[in-house]
Design a protein around this ligand. Structure first.
Ligand code: EPU
Length: 337
């Protein structure tokens, strides 16, 4: 347990906010010990995984816990399927690579997503046509009320677009300790329908891609337009892509003939990156904070010196301009603290 601890290395924005207390735990018993300490002191809690989806706008007057539980196990279910379980502290991308090395399919489209396994269900991470709900079986959680272990299945997690039970009713009540996925050992379901993957595979000269090829294509696409948090602080997409009523979309089409949208029944999902770019934010920097030059949905700590408050204010300015120009209210995807 450490006091007045800088969380700068523990959030991918690289914001220098302090936690009143900080503890790193590697076992469930250690976790229970620090939780008992926090209960005695009635401290608020902050669980850190890879720190890839939080923005610390001020110092945290509580106990920040870095979950470092490690381990990956597998259980073959039948000829074609394996159940792979990873503990919360496993790095997501290393876990994906581990599975690909064993030729287990299902995670390849989710290559190179920053963060840890334990936080993947929180916002149902997704990219290039896959979300974790597609391969998720269950997760083991610790109930913070009674410190008992519980298992949540797919239905109980209530996954939605960048959303889950743990972000809604379950918020602050559980900590995820491990996640199990159902993966394929052969006859893999190769998903290349997401346009950019097809183009990338063509560029690579690959006609019948393996899961490893799909992963390579995804990595190439991500590297070509998303900033590496190790070099430039960021938390991936800062906002969700908004869904608007079809009637509103049709009205906008009258004014903006190149507006893009993906229809889902009576709603249309509009790419927030496009809306933000249209408002002139792409590549724009104000003091320490900017919108990424290749993908305006990503806000970056451009100088490495940005405070969380500066990043938050920058995001508010983006929300205002998009609302003014398009009448669409963007919702932040990143958790604000
Ligand atoms: N676009 C622009 N200008 C921009 C950015 C995007 O016009 O500055 C347009 C693109 O041309 C494209 C469309 O917007 O037609 C969608 O862009 P892209 O394919 O880059 O995907 P996205 O909707 O911006 C989402 C996820 C990403 C994920 C990609 C690929 C959200 C909030 N973001 O981004 O997830 O990697 O799709 O599947 O859904 C993340 O959540 O942190 C994240 C990076």
């Amino acid at each position: 347990m450490q006091e007045n601890f800088s969380l700068k290395p523990y959030n991918t924005f690289g914001v220098d906010a302090k936690a009143r207390y900080f503890a790193e735990v590697t076992t469930i018993d250690e976790l229970r010990d620090v939780l008992n300490f926090s209960k005695m002191q009635t401290l608020p809690l902050l669980f850190l995984g890879g720190g890839s989806n939080i923005l610390l706008t001020k110092d945290f007057e509580g106990l920040a816990i870095q979950l470092n539980l490690k381990g990956i196990s597998e259980e073959f279910l039948n000829e074609n399927e394996v159940l792979v379980t990873a503990k919360a502290g496993e790095n997501w991308h290393e876990f994906v690579m581990h599975c690909l090395n064993k030729n287990f399919g299902g995670l390849e489209n989710l290559s190179l997503i920053p963060g840890n396994v334990g936080t993947s269900p929180m916002q149902n991470i997704g990219a290039y046509g896959t979300e974790i709900k597609d391969i998720f079986v269950s997760c083991t959680v610790l109930n913070l009320e009674n410190l008992e272990l519980e298992i949540f299945n797919l239905e109980q997690c209530r996954f939605g677009y960048r959303d889950s039970f743990f972000k809604q009713e379950g918020k602050g009540k559980y900590v995820i300790l491990g996640v199990s996925f159902r993966l394929t050992t052969g006859n893999h379901n190769i998903k290349t329908e997401y346009g950019a993957i097809k183009t990338e595979l063509e560029n690579m000269g690959i006609e019948n891609p393996t899961i490893q090829d799909v992963s390579k294509a995804v990595i190439a696409i991500r590297k070509s337009k998303l900033p590496d948090p190790k070099e430039t602080g960021n938390a991936g997409s800062f906002f969700k892509n908004p869904s608007i009523p079809l009637s509103q979309f049709q009205e906008l089409q009258q004014k903006f003939d190149n507006i893009q949208g993906y229809r889902n029944e009576n709603l249309v999902k509009v790419p927030a990156g496009w809306l933000i770019e249209q408002c002139g934010w792409k590549g724009k920097q104000i003091v320490n904070v900017g919108s990424h030059k290749l993908q305006s949905l990503v806000i970056v700590n451009a100088t490495g010196e940005a405070s969380g408050k500066e990043i938050f204010d920058f995001s508010t300015a983006i929300i205002r301009s998009v609302e003014e120009k398009f009448g669409i209210l963007l919702e932040r995807e990143v958790n604000i603290l």
